[in-house]
Write a protein of this length. Structure first.
Length: 246
């Protein structure tokens, strides 16, 4: 597990350079949610999320105790955001209003480039060649390999531990479907567990400070969330397009 680094409030040019080099940037003392949104608008356009809003409150909401979901207190394992969107969000960001005071609630990140050398040929082929359906909001799911490379050489990662092991993005914690209901069957489930183990061993674990903003490349970085018990934890999530791709 590697340690994160903090940026002081800086120019958008420096923030973009850090994102390009490391895949994420953690900026302290942002000055509130509106200031965070303003900084993000210099990177790209804020885009609607699952319920059509530009923000999503990542905090405990009653009724989600049995789910692997952002508004539960439960662990969420390795994934990229909205893999069934076309395109998926270029960047994800979390602005922290109040971090958990219990020692949990970390946001964990892993660059796919550090994962690839750990895969054997069969696992790499499953990740880069096998097509599967990623459900989204469109009339049809996005059908694509989990990892492909565009003509400019950029990695385009879509991954969901939950989808590969349960057939659902936000499954009940006790979900155990038959192999034939899984997008890639037993092989996909085994790959998901292998990736999750590698993620746990090599992740960067970040407890975002209050009034700090964590931004990462959603098409390059896997992310996850550790469980917590402090229900006062409150972050706001943003999805951001890539202005340079427009």
């Amino acid at each position: 597990m590697t340690k994160p680094f903090l940026l002081a409030p800086a120019s958008i040019g420096l923030t973009q350079a850090v994102l390009d080099e490391h895949g994420y940037a953690l900026i302290k003392d942002v000055g509130g949610q509106e200031s965070a949104a303003g900084l993000l608008r210099e990177i790209g356009e804020l885009i609607p999320q699952y319920h059509g809003t530009l923000t999503h409150e990542v905090t405990y909401r009653p009724g989600n105790e049995g789910r692997s979901y952002s508004q539960s207190v439960n662990t969420i394992l390795a994934h990229t955001e909205a893999p069934g969107w076309d395109p998926s969000p270029a960047y994800l960001a979390l602005f922290c209003h109040q971090q958990a005071r219990c020692g949990g609630g970390h946001t964990d990140l892993l660059d796919v480039e550090s994962l690839l050398p750990r895969l054997d040929p069969a696992q790499l082929a499953l990740l880069t060649e096998a097509e599967l359906d990623f459900p989204g909001t469109g009339p049809r799911p996005v059908r694509t390999p989990m990892l492909r490379t565009d003509p400019e050489g950029k990695r385009l990662l879509r991954f969901s531990f939950n989808l590969l092991t349960s057939g659902d993005y936000d499954p009940p914690l006790d979900s155990a479907p038959a192999e034939e209901r899984l997008p890639l069957g037993a092989a996909g489930r085994e790959l998901a567990h292998f990736v999750s183990d590698c993620f746990q061993e090599n992740r960067t674990s970040i407890l975002i400070p209050d009034d700090a903003l964590l931004i990462w490349d959603n098409q390059r970085m896997l992310h996850a969330r550790s469980s917590y018990v402090d229900q006062g934890r409150h972050l706001t999530r943003f999805w951001i397009s890539d202005r340079r791709a427009a």
